[in-house]
Design a protein around this ligand. Structure first.
Ligand SMILES: N[C@@H](CCC(=O)N[C@@H](CS)C(=O)NCC(=O)O)C(=O)O
Length: 322
């Protein structure tokens, strides 16, 4: 169900404007419903569907949490092609790509078709992740930080006890997690985008320097530690991991985040990242370097007009004993 009106300013990243000072500001997500017992969005098996891109760090937060919590059977997933073009994210029926899927619900061509199905007057960007309700034929939520909180608790009655017991946002650590999330979001997760999408020298330096100050701070925090908060895996690790795993393959070159790289410049962050990746399939199986690299280098033509995909670094991630 495509809209008749021209929505290219919403879907084409090439038409996206930066602020007058050359800085990039991320728009807030617009579907913010909550899956909760006793509400119109009740937790049910096979009622919800998750649409993602493997390339997208925000979407990958939801993939990692879905797998950690053992929600694969409860919430099926479909992945788009990494070629985000003038119509936004395409499904495999219009842009076949290894690892990309078709939309099994409506055979949509693009993610934007889902947004217009949910709201014909939708005026925002057509972002992933999208958590879709098959019963109401609408978007439940398109904000990854909220989707992972729902995955953490809402379906606990429907999964095995050992999966229900996994808590990535434990009560006792919430204040600390919230505190870390705040500056990691602003300077690291979004900091790489602010650096890469900047269209003035000042805006770029205003993003890249705080980014590396935060990496320096994280390096100290992770020295000799497997996790950021306490000695357990929390959403703070998940939210940081998705940016760090993309750092050397994409952000160093494509987004000019090159004061240092992770593998040579940050031994503690590097070890933390490799342990999560190599020791936990929720991280490894949801990381697709091909989708990651092709998406950024191909789609963001303002940053990389030739669409040439950089070949390095080799390997994408080093082994644990390197
Ligand atoms: N706040 C959102 C951000 C999601 C987001 O920006 N996703 C990007 C891909 S990494 C996207 O789909 N962009 C499409 C566009 O802006 O056209 C979340 O965390 O879920």
């Amino acid at each position: 169900m495509a809209s008749a009106r021209d929505s290219s300013h919403q879907s084409d990243i090439g038409k996206m404007k930066t602020e007058a000072d050359g800085s990039f500001k991320r728009a807030a997500s617009s579907f913010r419903n909550w899956i909760e017992k006793g509400t119109e969005f009740a937790p049910e098996k096979d009622r919800y569907h998750l649409f993602v891109s493997y390339s997208c760090p925000w979407a990958t937060r939801t993939l990692i949490t879905r797998k950690l919590k053992g929600l694969e059977e409860i919430i099926p997933v479909s992945a788009v092609s990494p070629h985000m073009g003038e119509h936004g994210w395409p499904f495999a029926n219009v842009d076949p790509f290894p690892g990309a899927d078709v939309d099994p619900l409506y055979n949509s061509s693009h993610v934007k078709d889902l947004y217009f199905r949910a709201d014909p007057n939708y005026g925002g960007r057509f972002t992933v992740p999208v958590l879709w309700d098959k019963k109401k034929h609408t978007i439940v939520n398109n904000e990854s930080s909220e989707i992972i909180r729902m995955f953490n608790t809402a379906f606990n009655d429907l999964i095995p006890a050992e999966k229900a017991a996994i808590d990535i946002y434990p009560e006792a650590h919430r204040k600390e997690i919230d505190g870390i999330n705040e500056w990691v979001y602003d300077t690291v997760n979004n900091g790489v985008y602010k650096s890469g999408f900047a269209t003035s020298q000042e805006a770029y330096e205003g993003a890249v320097r705080p980014l590396f100050s935060s990496l320096d701070r994280l390096e100290k925090m992770l020295k000799g530690k497997d996790y950021l908060v306490g000695d357990i895996l929390t959403e703070a690790d998940i939210r940081l991991f998705v940016t760090i795993i993309r750092f050397d393959p994409v952000y160093v070159g494509h987004f000019k985040c090159n004061i240092r790289d992770i593998r040579n410049g940050y031994p503690a962050i590097h070890t933390w990242m490799r342990k999560l990746y190599w020791n936990n399939s929720a991280f490894k199986d949801t990381t697709n370097f091909e989708h990651i690299k092709v998406h950024y280098y191909w789609s963001q033509t303002k940053v990389n007009p030739t669409r040439i995909v950089a070949v390095g670094p080799e390997p994408d991630i080093k082994p644990l004993d390197a």
